[in-house]
Design a protein around this ligand. Structure first.
Ligand SMILES: [Mg+2]
Length: 148
């Protein structure tokens, strides 16, 4: 039997939390990270990515590329709390959750309540959006288990 595996990853996680909590930031280039000149970009919104900004870029470079960007020092305690809420939903879908980072993980559906990858992915996207107010992307694949 093949195990269906989901890879779930929040969209621009830190920047999306900031946009969710402050509607003035919606639709704007939001850059989260160390805001001093020696800091680096942790996450940026999709609007900021259009300026060529990406994670791990030195903050001074991000400021050059997007002088009108909104630079936010991260609220990491808040992101950890939101992460907990998201993983609670993942854990309801299957007990086999392997976190990769604060906003990303693998879900093995073999012991879950939903076996169908697309059904589980839709369910997760809907619940996270309704209950947490954020979007995520999900990749679906499988592991082939051979018994030798
Ligand atoms: Mg992510």
């Amino acid at each position: 039997m093949d195990n269906v595996i989901l890879h779930v990853d929040m969209d621009a996680f830190f920047a999306s939390v900031e946009q969710r909590d402050n509607p003035d930031l919606k639709g704007k280039p939001v850059i989260v990270g160390g805001i001093s000149e020696r800091g680096v970009v942790s996450t940026c919104s999709y609007e900021a990515r259009r300026y060529g900004i990406h994670s791990a870029m030195p903050m001074f470079m991000a400021r050059e590329k997007c002088p009108n960007g909104i630079f936010v020092s991260g609220r990491y305690g808040k992101y950890a709390k939101v992460s907990q809420e998201i993983f609670e939903i993942f854990n309801e879908v299957t007990p086999l959750v392997e976190p990769v980072s604060i906003d990303e993980g693998f879900l093995d559906l073999s012991q879950g309540k939903m076996k169908d990858g697309i059904e589980a992915a839709r369910y997760i996207k809907n619940r996270v959006f309704k209950e947490v107010g954020l979007t995520l992307s999900i990749g679906i694949s499988y592991n082939v288990c051979y018994i030798l």
